[in-house]
Design a protein. Structure first.
Ligand code: SAH
Length: 254
């Protein structure tokens, strides 16, 4: 038995709808990985940690307004239970108020022991839970879902595909979108001509250096046009490392 066999990425999901898991993650490559023990999933029914006979998990918002808020005491009991199952895993709450999820954070999580995910419903969580239980807040984008479950599935999917042995060699490729701060270049496959549209000539040239140069140029151009936010950050990082290299040269010269 090697080290790899002992490493199972353990997902724990705290939810009012445990039937939603593994859901789509029980299918295809993630599903096979699950069956093979490359990752595991456990759900925790938040309602099991309610303290009254009505099993209440929510209450009206302080200060008034629409909707209901998940109670801090109930959430805390559920989180404490999850931490006893998986003490090393970071606890992450899905919320549109959180830090936008990034491929860099997904990579960190995938390299770790697993993740415990708290799924909101209604208007969301009592704010005190985040500091009170050291919970990281993560958003999956500037959209509002009806619950944290699809967001949890999305985060888990992104982690699982990076686990060793879950996908083919192609999976963790450094050329993928976001890995170098850029969108990936576009892809084409046969037929060479489809409805009068052809595959760019260079991709059929067999000239690997030229193809690599074209792909790099397309990745940069598409990022600049489609995602000026990513492009600015990429340029900033590039200029900084260039000036860092200059400083080093100067140091060497003195
Ligand atoms: N009133 C909240 C939205 C609640 S939506 C607000 O305006 O910020 C109900 C639940 O869906 C949230 O508690 C959260 O768990 C989940 N959710 C909705 N949008 C999300 C997003 N963009 N990212 C992550 N989770 C989200």
């Amino acid at each position: 038995m090697g080290f790899a066999a002992a490493m199972t990425f353990a997902a724990t999901v705290l939810t009012l709808y445990p039937d939603m898991f593994p859901g789509p993650l029980g299918i295809s490559l993630a599903g096979r990985g699950l069956a093979e023990g490359k990752w595991s999933i456990e759900t925790v029914q938040i309602r099991d940690f309610a303290r009254d006979k009505h099993r209440t998990v929510d209450d009206t918002p302080a200060g008034g307004g629409a909707g209901m808020v998940l109670k801090a005491d109930v959430l805390a009991a559920a989180i404490d239970h999850a931490r006893s199952l998986s003490p090393e895993a970071p606890v992450i709450a899905m919320t549109p108020r959180g830090r936008p999820i990034s491929q860099a954070r997904v990579r960190e999580l995938a390299a770790g022991p697993g993740v415990t995910i708290l799924c909101g419903r209604f208007e969301g969580f009592d704010e005190r839970i985040f500091e009170g239980r050291n919970v990281e807040q993560v958003s999956v984008g500037d959209i509002v879902l009806s619950g944290g479950e699809p967001a949890a599935l999305m985060l888990l999917d992104a982690c699982i595909r990076l686990l060793p042995g879950v996908m083919g060699a192609a999976s963790s490729g450094a050329e993928e979108s976001f890995e170098d701060g850029l969108l990936e270049y576009p892809h084409y496959t046969r037929p060479t001509e489809w409805e009068g549209r052809t595959i760019p000539e260079v991709l059929r040239s067999g000239d690997h250096a030229k193809i690599a140069a074209w792909r790099k140029q397309k990745a940069e151009e598409d990022t600049r046009l489609r995602r000026p936010d990513l492009w600015e950050r990429h340029r900033g990082a590039r200029d900084q490392s260039a000036s860092g290299a200059r400083h080093k040269d100067e140091d060497l010269g003195s």
